[in-house]
Design a protein around this ligand. Structure first.
Ligand SMILES: [Mn+2]
Length: 324
């Protein structure tokens, strides 16, 4: 079978498993982004609207970044502690590796059927059904096809969630993944009651003043390594505490840093409460940052990848520079 046939039959199998299930448990990766949340909420809302039993969650910390607050269905998520321990059917979203399920990994390991919906080329295919389209611009694209195969109608809520997934993972229709199919899907989605301008404002534009001040400090401290066309900055727990900003609030910082004209690779290092360092990498040139992230136990895409480091900020930067 070629890749597309493989994918298409996995999609059919996923639809059959979900259709036969009494209850489905949905989960996306830890620290969910717009695609993880949007793709999960879209299927959740479509199932609920059809009178199906669906429980959706994501691993602790059970906090949604403030810029996702307009996503529909957030009030219909449950904390991970309320997820059935050994579900017959579980579905994961945008989650390339089992360990990205963090506290919900044991639940996934106990699930009778584990359906993996994703578009990461690095996906470890840890499910019993792996529906992975590495050409898809977002996991939301895969979920849109699955909703179609399930014969479920799209609701306004599902359409908004899928639109958010698409607009987040294509960088507002600016990344190379923005194909004619992406615009066709976006066109279909905005045919529903999608508040395009309001979503753009909350997803990408609006920030608390405290974040802007932290941003100023992080940009002032950024370092440009001209000979490697590499730019990086770091945010420590001390900075977050001083500005009163939460870690999930600074997700968009990398998108500012990667604007640097003199760099092809941008990096933001975020110190977590436990002292580990979360590394976000972006490539705007030919470099494949997934290779760097994979070398340190992470994953992602050619142009956007990440990993977690336990050796501190300075040593992590040295290792990334050595890997470039
Ligand atoms: Mn994604």
């Amino acid at each position: 079978m070629n890749e597309w046939e493989d994918y298409s039959s996995a999609l059919d199998r996923a639809a059959k498993v979900i259709d036969d299930a009494e209850l489905v448990v949905l989960a996306c990766h830890v620290n969910p982004d717009g695609d993880a949340l949007g793709s999960m909420l879209a299927l959740h809302l479509a199932l609920l609207a059809a009178g199906r039993r669906s429980v959706a969650s994501f691993p602790a910390p059970f906090v949604v970044a403030p810029h996702y607050r307009e996503l529909p269905g957030l009030d219909r998520l449950v904390p991970p502690s309320e997820v059935p321990e050994a579900p017959d059917v579980m579905v994961t979203f945008d989650c390339g590796a089992m360990n990205r399920l963090a506290g919900l990994q044991p639940t996934a390991e106990r699930a009778g059927e584990l359906i993996v919906l994703d578009h990461h080329i690095s996906n470890e295919r840890y499910g019993t059904v792996n529906v992975i389209d590495s050409d898809a611009a977002a996991t939301g694209v895969v979920v849109h096809r699955l909703i179609g195969r399930l014969g479920l109608p799209l609701t306004d809520g599902s359409a908004i969630a899928l639109y958010a997934a698409l607009v987040c993972d294509t960088g507002r229709f600016q990344y190379e993944t923005t194909t004619p199919e992406v615009f066709a899907l976006a066109g279909e989605l905005v045919g529903y009651d999608v508040p395009v301008a309001r979503l753009s404002r909350t997803l990408f534009e609006e920030h608390r003043f405290a974040y802007l001040q932290l941003l100023a400090e992080a940009l002032a401290a950024a370092e440009l390594v001209r000979e490697q066309r590499f730019v990086w900055t770091a945010v420590t727990q001390e900075m977050l505490a001083r500005h009163g900003v939460a870690l999930e609030e600074i997700e968009g910082l990398i998108d500012v840093v990667r604007r640097t004209a003199e760099a092809d690779i941008a990096c933001v290092l975020k110190e977590e409460a436990d002292g580990s360092v979360k590394v976000s990498l972006r490539s705007v040139g030919d470099s494949d940052v997934r290779l760097v992230a994979s070398a340190y136990g992470g994953g992602g895409h050619r142009f956007a990848a990440g990993f977690t480091s336990t050796v501190g900020i300075a040593e992590t930067v040295d290792r990334i520079r050595a890997a470039l």
